[in-house]
Design a protein around this ligand. Structure first.
Ligand SMILES: CC(C)(COP(=O)(O)OP(=O)(O)OC[C@H]1O[C@@H](n2cnc3c(N)ncnc32)[C@H](O)[C@@H]1OP(=O)(O)O)[C@@H](O)C(=O)NCCC(=O)NCCS
Length: 141
């Protein structure tokens, strides 16, 4: 992901989350040395468009997935899996042994996706999202 992707990413973000990240939050991640930010582009009408994106941190052998979303037009086509496969490959290269993420309790799509990768539901953070609890999921690599 680069600065020039952020406007397009924001449009997907706003269609994907009840409390979407802002432009400044994405920009901050692009400047954060522990952060990796990727887009997955596909061709639409002869031009590349962003179908999905993902952001994660790696700090001393632990990774934290902060954001992953797929454009509504491209869901259930393996885009999130492609992003996660690439991220996990990079994490292994960086000697990560444990991956964490938070997910809304009501987000069945995401919880199913993470379970597929072997993430285990570990504990809850009460009212993490203000209006809802987060489930913390953990994957041992
Ligand atoms: C969750 C999300 C990223 C999944 O992206 P996607 O590209 O549609 O996912 P994939 O096509 O790679 O799906 C892989 C697997 O995850 C599971 N899955 C994905 N979406 C699902 C859904 N709506 N219901 C049940 N299982 C689902 C399935 O096991 C699926 O495999 P299958 O299609 O062969 O059955 C997407 O729905 C999204 O952007 N949601 C809004 C943002 C969000 O909630 N992000 C996660 C925050 S923690």
């Amino acid at each position: 992901m680069t600065d020039s992707d952020i406007d397009e990413v924001l449009r997907i973000e706003q269609q994907s989350f009840p409390t979407p990240w802002t432009w400044t939050m994405f920009d901050g991640e692009l400047r954060n040395p522990v952060s990796s930010a990727y887009t997955l582009k596909v061709m639409r009408d002869g031009a590349p468009v962003i179908a999905g994106y993902m952001i994660f941190w790696v700090v001393y052998g632990e990774a934290h997935i902060l954001n992953i979303a797929v454009h509504p037009d491209y869901r259930r086509q393996g885009i999130a899996k492609t992003l996660l496969d690439a991220a996990i490959e990079e994490m292994k290269r960086l000697l990560v042994y444990e991956v964490f993420l938070e997910v809304r309790r009501s987000n069945e799509a995401a919880r199913a996706l993470y379970r597929l990768y072997g993430f285990k539901e570990s504990f809850e953070r009460k009212k993490y999202y203000g209006d809802e609890d987060a489930i913390v999921m953990v994957l041992d690599l």
